[in-house]
Design a protein around this ligand. Structure first.
Ligand code: SF4
Length: 367
C-alpha cells in the first residue's frame, strides 16, 4: 500500500502514530527552512486582507518577479477597497495592462464594488463568495490576514506534497484533488497556519522547484518518497494537457491626420475590457493582397475612400496560455476628416497611451 493511502485511510493505529510524527516533522522542517530562506516581499508579514487579496490575485498567474512592481503600483493608486470600488474600470485595466488574464482585474473591481461600506469580509464564506476568489485564494487570505486554519493548495504545494509522499494521482483529477485537499489539511500546522502556508508555498517556489530541484541540499530529503524512488521529475502528474489553438490577427493602425481609431473589446474572449486597434481575425494566415480583398476589410471604409495601405509587421508570434497568436500590423493612411471606421472611437494618436491595450498591441506599435 502506498504511503499516502495510509495517511488518508489511517488503517492501523501504529501507522497513524508514525504518520503524525512525520507530519509534525514535515511542518517543523519546512517552517525552519522558511525562517532562513523566506523571500522578503511587500505583501509578507502584513495582516490587511485587502492588500493580501490584491497580491494573491496578481500572483495567481504571474511570477513574483513580474508581479512585484504591478502590486506596488496598484496598491499605491488603490490603497483600499473604497478607492478601488470608486475607480473607473478603464483605469483599473490600465494598471493591469501587460499582466494578462484580465478577468482578474475586472473581478477585483466587481468584488470591491460588492463590499458594503468598503469593508472586506471577515469570514471564510464571505471571502470565498467574492468574485474571482476560489478555495486557494480564500484560504490564503483567511490564514494570512485572520490566522484561520485553512490550508492553501497552489501549484507549489501540489508539487511538494506529490513528491514528498510519492503521489502519482493526477492533481487535476477529482480523486487527486480530493486526496491532496485532505492531505494538505492533515499537514497544516494548526497552531501557526499563516506561517505554515507561507512556508510551504515558498518551499515549493524556491527549494522543490519544477525542474531539477537541489535534492541533496533539501531538508526533507531523508523522508522524500519521490527522491527515494527516483521519480522527482515525473511528479506531480497532470492528466489534461490544455489544447493550444492558433489565431491570426490583422491589426490596422489608422493615421487620419493627427487621429487614429480604437475600440473596446467587450466579447467574452481574451483581453475583454481592453482597447485595441481595428482588427480582422481570420482562421489562417493571409497575404496583404488577400486581406485587402476581404469584404470585412473593405467594409471598414466609407464608400469612395482610397486608403493608402502599408504592411508594417507580419507574423509576429505572441504566446498566451492556450493560444498562439500570429499578428500582422497594417498602417492605413486616410484624410483627417475621414468618414471611415464609423463604429470606432476616434482619438488623437498621442492619446493612445491613456488606454489599456493588450501587450501584443504595445509590442506591435513599438518603433
Ligand atoms: S528531496 Fe527533492 S523532491 Fe523531495 S521535497 Fe526535497 S526538493 Fe522536493
Amino acid at each position: 500500500m502506498l504511503f499516502y493511502k495510509k495517511v488518508i485511510e489511517g488503517p492501523v493505529i501504529v501507522a497513524k502514530k508514525c504518520i503524525f510524527a512525520a507530519m509534525d516533522n514535515f511542518a517543523q522542517t519546512i517552517e525552519t527552512w522558511y525562517a532562513v530562506n523566506k523571500r522578503e516581499l511587500p505583501w509578507r508579514d502584513i495582516s490587511d486582507p485587502y492588500l493580501i487579496w490584491i497580491s494573491e490575485i496578481i500572483l495567481q498567474q504571474t511570477r513574483v518577479a513580474q508581479g512585484y512592481d504591478y502590486y506596488l503600483r496598484f496598491v499605491h493608486r488603490f490603497p483600499d477597497v473604497r478607492t478601488l470600488a470608486e475607480a473607473e474600470e478603464d483605469e483599473v485595466m490600465k494598471y493591469w495592462q501587460g499582466l494578462g488574464y484580465y478577468s482578474r482585474a475586472r473581478n477585483l473591481h466587481t468584488a470591491a464594488r460588492s463590499m458594503a461600506g468598503g469593508l472586506f469580509p471577515r469570514t471564510y464564506q464571505g471571502v470565498r463568495a467574492l468574485k474571482g476568489v476560489g478555495e486557494y485564494t480564500a484560504a490564503a487570505i483567511c490564514s494570512f490576514a485572520y490566522g484561520m486554519g485553512y490550508p492553501v493548495v497552489d501549484g507549489n504545494v501540489y508539487r511538494v506534497l506529490a513528491r514528498y509522499f510519492g503521489i502519482d494521482l493526477p492533481i487535476d483529477s477529482t480523486e487527486g484533488k480530493k486526496l491532496f485537499a485532505t492531505l494538505a489539511a492533515e499537514m497544516l500546522d494548526r497552531n501557526h497556519p499563516a506561517l505554515y502556508n507561507q512556508a510551504i508555498m515558498d518551499f515549493g517556489a524556491v527549494q522543490c522547484v519544477p525542474q531539477s530541484p537541489d535534492c541533496p541540499a533539501c531538508p526533507l530529503s531523508a523522508g522524500c518518497v519521490a527522491l527515494a524512488k527516483g521519480c522527482v521529475a515525473s511528479l506531480p502528474v497532470k492528466q489534461h494537457r490544455t489544447k493550444t489553438t492558433n489565431r491570426y490577427l490583422h491589426y490596422i493602425y489608422v493615421r487620419a491626420g493627427a487621429y487614429t481609431f480604437i475600440r473596446k473589446r467587450t466579447d467574452d474572449d481574451i483581453w475583454k475590457g481592453l482597447f485595441e486597434l481595428p482588427l480582422i481575425e481570420t482562421p489562417s494566415p493571409l497575404t496583404e493582397e488577400e486581406l485587402l480583398g476581404l469584404p470585412a476589410f473593405r467594409e471598414l471604409f466609407a464608400p469612395g475612400e482610397q486608403p493608402v495601405v502599408r504592411l508594417i509587421r507580419q507574423g509576429v508570434k505572441h504566446v498566451l496560455s492556450h493560444r498562439v497568436i500570429y499578428a500582422d500590423l497594417y498602417e492605413v493612411t486616410l484624410p483627417e476628416a475621414t468618414a471611415s471606421f464609423p463604429s470606432y472611437l476616434k482619438i488623437r494618436q498621442e492619446e493612445l497611451d491613456n488606454y489599456a491595450v493588450p501587450r501584443l498591441v504595445q509590442l506591435l506599435l513599438q518603433p
